[in-house]
Design a protein around this ligand. Structure first.
Ligand code: CTP
Ligand code: ZN
Length: 153
């Protein structure tokens, strides 16, 4: 316990915990936190976790995540937990969860796919496996995994 990493608690906001080690930057991108952002954010990468070996963690003050953002986080960090903090207490704890189909959320890697053409066709993937991630394009059958997933913002 004495060797445990100490990171400040937050008063109000959201803690995304148990993020797959190394994936915090992808989570920040999904949350729209980028160069020049003014949000107060605490990021920890590659810290010890009793559950998953090493993990990343992102704490955002004064922000409650939209459902859409929570689903996108499931794409890059399938084991993540989202904790809503109110007045220093964990008011709500939820596991991220992917739906069985993803519409308009992931870009198809196939340049010739109809969803990348000038026709207005939304991308459409079936979730074949959640962890490790495997997505199949409904139109061209291209396969996407966790390392190559390109999330539309
Ligand atoms: N947390 C925080 N600020 C608070 C309360 C909690 O930053 N005011 C963080 C904790 O540091 C932890 C996460 O929110 O990373 C979840 O808190 P808690 O449920 O108390 O921790 P655990 O029991 O370890 O969570 P789990 O069972 O999900 O591992
Ligand atoms: Zn496709």
């Amino acid at each position: 316990m004495a060797e445990e990493l100490k990171v400040s608690k937050i008063k109000n906001g959201t803690v995304i915990d148990h993020i797959t080690a190394g994936m915090a930057p992808s989570v920040l991108r999904i949350l729209g936190i980028h160069t020049g952002s003014s949000d107060t954010v605490i990021v920890a990468m590659n810290v010890k976790s009793a559950q998953i070996g090493l993990k990343d963690m992102v704490k955002v003050e004064n922000r409650v995540l939209a459902q859409a953002a929570v689903r996108k986080i499931a794409l890059v960090a399938p084991q993540a937990t989202v904790n809503i903090i109110r007045d220093y207490k964990v008011a709500q704890k939820l596991k991220v969860e992917l739906p069985t189909e993803l519409i308009g959320i992931v870009r198809c890697p196939n340049r010739n796919c109809i969803t990348n053409s000038s026709e207005r066709v939304s991308s459409y993937f079936a979730v074949e496996s959640k962890d490790p991630l495997a997505l199949r394009c409904h139109y061209c059958e291209a396969l996407v995994d966790g390392t190559s997933v390109d999330i539309l913002l």
